[in-house]
Design a protein around this ligand. Structure first.
Ligand code: SF4
Length: 646
């Protein structure tokens, strides 16, 4: 007999799709997108459609494992595993203090109940936590200065746009459920310009693709702003009433000569003019900015310049406008448990060197859950070294990963098909519940359960006790009075009724001044590359990957890189030749392909993972920090190529 049950895809993806899973005799035979969900609209991406391969993969770890002194894993019971973990935590807390234990998590735990329990558990113990990240943190920090928060409209509001500027965001791959909304506006005549150094899938669907020199986004924004001011194509009423700092911003733009913009960006005068025209004449203009903007040393300052273009043209606080990066969509939620303090925090983008450098006390033990930093953080070789020196490392995951290479204990956790939790999307404004569709495979347990059972052993079980429904009820805070209750969410996802479809429609910004605050400084000039044969390392997401997660069958047998034919010629390389890609922190052997769509100063890794090497492209990336947000400047690394004999 078959039955259909609803859950939410809680992988690290902005779309948080509502899923209908068909179960026959206790086995999921099919899952599909929920037609009743206003964003999912009945379709899943390829990663979602192929998820059952991952779910039922023979490589999935389904029992707790302990590493024997010989290095081989052995199966143990949950009781033995959790007793051992508790004993080790107690030992290190009494020997070197709680701060000698490092608790590492990132975007892999998306359920708000599990997240709350994570922070309560580790802050109660007083361990070292992590800060910053590998994603949109620089962009968030920049927008916090401009707006006091994100400037995301609801996804549904994209339909109201008269035009789109998609800046460093490959929405066709990373934000697929936005496409139908964009298409509605496009059918009404809205033009779409994509600004991206990579000829990505979204660029192919655009009216115009501005393939600028990597990292020159800020110069382009300044150049456009200067032209808009010169033409008088600004919304003076908005600027006067709702902003501060415009005069200093205008002064900043005057320092940038138009020719300097062309040199920096590699774009033609006509291309820059066309974009200026779009900003000058198209309203409401919707900007979508991606991680690509923030992956530079001056990532925060760069998004602030892009925000400034939207503000000076009055595209803020109106339907169809805004600058969408992503959204916390937390209006009305009670998220106090997510902000429990830690006595010390290490920066995620520099985790390897910060673990090695930590003293008073040094880091002796770590617990990793909802993260795989040894593949997703920069300079993974250093992190590998740091993790290999720990006395005790626990990894909670569904598969063995680069991070579990040096683990002493592996605890298998559940997926969105086997657990209950409250999920808030970061690409739209809908809330929903992960709901258990089948019994957990093998002995997998949810992160919530594992933390609860650990807290029991460490003497504060009460702090994490209670049903998922009671935790959800608490988290829903003011929303319960608006009808968003655990019972309501069990029926299916619902939009957050406290989130206005248009960000800052009331023009009351959350900054100190209460107004939009213009950026008044931009220190960045694009760095010279190519003079000594170096190339910029870029790696973009593919439809097969969710960060480091990729199905076995989608892995290539070797690393593949692409470069412009002229680059191959200049470097004396042949198409499909094997090369050694070297950065200052690592090297990788790869096969190189000539590709005319790749810019001449760029080496493009796509995909960023391959068979037999769990660390992937991040073993080449240097741990360079962004200006704000403690984020990783992923695109700043430069590499050189060498031929490989034979
Ligand atoms: S990965 Fe994203 S788009 Fe794909 S099914 Fe999951 S939430 Fe939906």
């Amino acid at each position: 007999m078959s039955k259909q049950l609803r859950t939410i895809c809680n992988r690290d993806c902005p779309d948080s799709c509502s899923i209908l899973a068909e179960v026959e005799n206790g086995r999921i035979v099919k899952q599909r997108g929920d037609r009743a969900h206003g964003i999912t609209r009945g379709f899943l991406c390829k990663r979602g459609n192929q998820y059952l391969d991952r779910f039922y993969s023979p490589n999935r770890v389904l029992h707790p494992l302990r590493r024997k002194p010989s290095g081989v894993w052995e199966r143990i019971t949950w009781d033995d595993a959790l007793d051992l973990a508790a004993e080790k935590l107690r030992y290190h807390m009494s020997l070197d203090g709680p701060e000698s234990i490092l608790a590492i998590t990132y975007s892999g735990i998306k359920g708000l109940v599990a997240k709350s329990k994570w922070h309560i558990f580790w802050s109660t113990l007083g361990v070292t936590g992590v800060k910053g990240g590998l994603s949109a943190e620089a962009v968030h920090a920049g927008q916090a200065l401009d707006f006091g928060g994100d400037c995301a409209h609801t996804m549904e509001d994209f339909e109201n746009a008269a035009g789109f500027v998609i800046w460093g965001k490959n929405i066709a791959i990373t934000y697929p459920h936005s496409i139908p909304f964009v298409k509605v506006a496009r059918k009404k005549g809205a033009p779409m310009v994509v600004i991206d150094p990579v000829a990505c899938k979204t660029a192919k669907q655009a009216d115009q693709h501005l393939q600028l020199v990597p990292g020159s986004d800020g110069m382009l924004a300044l150049g456009i702003a200067r032209q808009l001011i010169k033409r008088g194509a600004v919304d003076q009423a908005f600027i006067d009433a709702h902003t501060v700092g415009f005069e200093q911003f205008a002064e900043l733009t005057r320092a940038i000569e138009p020719d300097a913009v062309l040199r920096a960006t590699g774009l033609t005068r006509d291309q820059v003019e066309a974009l200026t025209d779009l900003y000058a004449t198209c309203k409401p203009l919707c900007t979508m900015a991606g991680l690509g903007i923030g992956y530079w040393r001056h990532g925060s300052a760069t998004i602030r310049l892009i925000d400034a273009l939207a503000a000076m043209t009055g595209n803020i606080g109106i339907p169809g406008g805004g600058v969408f990066t992503d959204t916390s969509a937390s209006d009305g939620l009670d998220l106090r448990d997510l902000s429990h303090p830690y006595p010390r925090k290490l920066r995620l983008p520099r985790l390897g060197e910060e673990i090695l450098a930590a003293h008073a006390p040094p880091i002796k033990a770590a617990w990793i859950a909802g993260a795989n930093p040894a593949a997703t953080a920069p300079d993974t070789n250093r992190l590998d070294q740091a993790l290999s020196g720990l006395d005790f490392l626990v990894v909670v995951d569904q598969f063995q990963t680069a991070s579990s290479n040096h683990a002493h204990l592996f605890l298998p956790c559940t997926t969105y098909l086997e657990m209950d939790d409250l999920v808030r999307a970061y690409g739209h404004h809908w809330l929903g519940m992960c709901q258990q569709v089948v019994e957990p495979l093998g002995e997998a347990r949810s992160d919530s359960q594992i933390l609860e059972q650990m807290a029991d052993r460490l003497g504060f079980g009460q702090a994490l006790a209670g049903s998922t429904a009671s935790w959800t009820s608490k988290l829903l805070g003011a929303l319960t009075a608006r009808g968003v209750t655990p019972e309501r969410l069990a029926q299916g996802p619902t939009p957050n009724p406290m989130r206005h479809p248009v960000a800052f429609a009331d023009k009351r910004f959350k900054t100190e001044s209460g107004k939009f605050e213009f950026v008044t400084d931009y220190p960045c000039r694009p760095k010279e590359v190519g003079l000594d044969g170096s190339l910029r390392l870029m790696a973009t997401k593919t439809i097969h990957m969710v960060n480091a997660q990729i199905n076995e069958r989608d892995l290539r047998d070797e690393a593949l890189v692409r470069a412009h034919p002229q680059t191959l010629l200049e470097q004396g390389l042949l198409n499909e030749q094997r090369v050694l890609v070297k950065s200052s922190v690592g090297s990788v052997q790869a096969r190189i392909f000539a590709d005319e769509t790749v810019l001449q100063d760029v080496l493009l890794f796509n995909p960023a993972a391959w068979r037999g090497d769990l660390q992937g492209v991040n073993q080449l990336r240097e741990s360079i920090m962004t200006d704000l947000g403690n984020a990783a400047a992923m695109h700043e690394t430069q590499i050189k190529l060498e031929t490989v004999a034979g």
